[in-house]
Design a protein around this ligand. Structure first.
Ligand SMILES: Nc1nc2c(ncn2[C@@H]2O[C@H](COP(=O)(O)OP(=O)(O)OP(=O)(O)O)[C@@H](O)[C@H]2O)c(=O)[nH]1
Length: 414
């Protein structure tokens, strides 16, 4: 049994099982995934690059060795590109930040490799900066989500302006899950946050996801790191729509804020209960004019509903607030609450623990995505998928059996 199989079998398998089936809809069962993992040679190669020298890792050597190994693999031109982007980025040049994010978003395998070298360099820079900052994270990462029309972009415009006026550098990464089907970024085509986009201390960037949850994880997480490297101390990650991307985003930020309009039950039906459980702060938007009364009512409803939720933190109970981006009322109070959350989480040590766990989730989500890509394109499986899917759809074949057949085909022909 190779090293990866051992690693997967013992320390991480339970974890993999947990994340695989929490965030991911497929026909796999934990049992059926296991042989698939075992015979997964190319993923092993990918992973061993990172995980094999476990003893070295303990000594803190593996990481540096990997960076060196990757850097040595670059040709002069590629090395110059990485150096140019890295130095421009840390000097705060927006054009370099934009180019660096484009690089990490690339789907070309070589560009992905170059992007990883850049990311490693930025990570090393982060660690140095955090050390100088007495171990405190460089930036506050906030996820913002809500149903379409909740007032997210109007809020971010108003909130972002307030923050830049207070001396912060704000980056807005708008996760756009529809970009894979539209072939481009919907958010990019829309005129949103016009004033904030002209602000030199703000950087707004749609973050295309290639339509997969893994896409959200990879590109957005890496874009967050790059923005932090570029000196942005507040990172707002906005998710549009109501779907899975919110869960992915909640797993990569320090604080998750849910924006809800003062609307009736019907309009909020698309909101998943699970996402409310993830919220550290619920903000009822548009609390102005005729909407003040419904906003108060919705606030009261959410205050009582959230009392019933399981406590996720020892130091923080989720809050429900009202605000209006139109009048500006409640926006400053929201920031006060957010900084209170940040300070409490930081001093209690929960923030650092949360970030560490997120790193691990990030790694396993990426492995999961790579494994699935490999599975789907595997010679023994690729041609069988449409037929078996068809049979499952028409009810001729049980999903479990179809999954077993595909996994067997995969396993038998490595
Ligand atoms: N009265 C009032 N209207 C608001 C407020 N904020 C936003 N709106 C209005 O609500 C509508 C939707 O606002 P957006 O900011 O585009 O909402 P969004 O959540 O970004 O919407 P999507 O981009 O579709 O996801 C617009 O017509 C805004 O003018 C507010 O504070 N008060």
């Amino acid at each position: 049994m190779n090293t990866l199989s051992l690693l997967l079998r013992f320390p991480h398998y339970r974890f993999l099982r947990k994340i695989s089936f929490k965030s991911f809809h497929s026909n796999f069962t934990p049992g059926s995934l296991f042989p698939y993992i075992q015979s997964f040679n190319s993923v092993c190669l990918y992973c061993t690059k990172w995980m094999l020298p476990a003893s070295d890792l303990k000594r803190g050597m593996c990481y540096q060795a990997t960076v060196d190994q990757q850097t040595q693999g670059l040709c002069d031109k590629e090395q110059r590109l990485v150096d140019k982007l890295y130095s421009g980025l840390i000097q705060g040049h927006r054009a370099c930040l934009a180019e660096a994010i484009t690089l990490v978003e690339s789907t070309q395998s070589r560009k992905k490799e170059i992007a990883q070298v850049l990311i490693q360099k930025v990570l090393s820079y982060h660690r140095e900066q955090e050390k100088l900052n007495k171990g405190k994270p460089l930036a506050f990462r906030v996820g913002l989500s809500g149903p379409p029309g909740a007032g997210k972009s109007t809020f971010i415009e108003c909130f972002g302006k307030m923050l830049t006026e207070r001396g912060h550098k704000v980056s807005v990464l708008a996760v756009d899950p529809s970009s894979s089907t539209s072939g481009g970024s919907l958010l990019g085509d829309k005129t949103r946050m016009t004033e904030l986009s002209r602000d030199m201390n703000a950087y707004i960037r749609p973050s295309p996801t290639r339509g997969t949850l893994g896409g959200v994880t990879r590109t957005t997480n890496e874009a967050i790191l790059l923005c932090e490297g570029g000196g942005y101390d507040i990172i707002l990650v906005e998710t549009v729509g109501v779907g899975q991307s919110e869960f992915a985003v909640a797993d990569m930020v320090d604080m998750f804020v849910l924006l809800l309009p003062p609307a009736g039950g019907d309009e909020l039906q698309g909101i998943k209960r699970g996402i409310i459980e993830m919220a550290d702060l619920v903000a009822i938007t548009k609390a102005d004019g005729d909407l003040v009364v419904p906003a108060r009512r919705i606030q009261a409803e959410y205050v009582s509903a959230m009392k019933l939720l399981r406590k996720r933190s020892k130091v923080w109970r989720p809050k429900v607030m009202r605000m209006s981006a139109k009048t500006g009322e409640g926006i400053s109070d929201m920031w006060d609450k957010m900084t209170e959350f940040h300070d409490l989480m930081l001093t209690s040590g929960e923030l650092i623990t949360k970030r560490r766990k997120q790193q691990k989730v990030w790694m396993w989500n990426l492995i999961q995505e790579n494994m699935l890509d490999h599975f789907r394109s595997h010679l023994a499986v690729r041609d069988k998928i449409p037929l078996l899917e068809e049979k499952v759809l028409s009810g001729v074949l049980a999903p479990g059996l179809a999954a077993d057949l595909l996994l067997k085909a995969f396993k038998d022909r490595p």
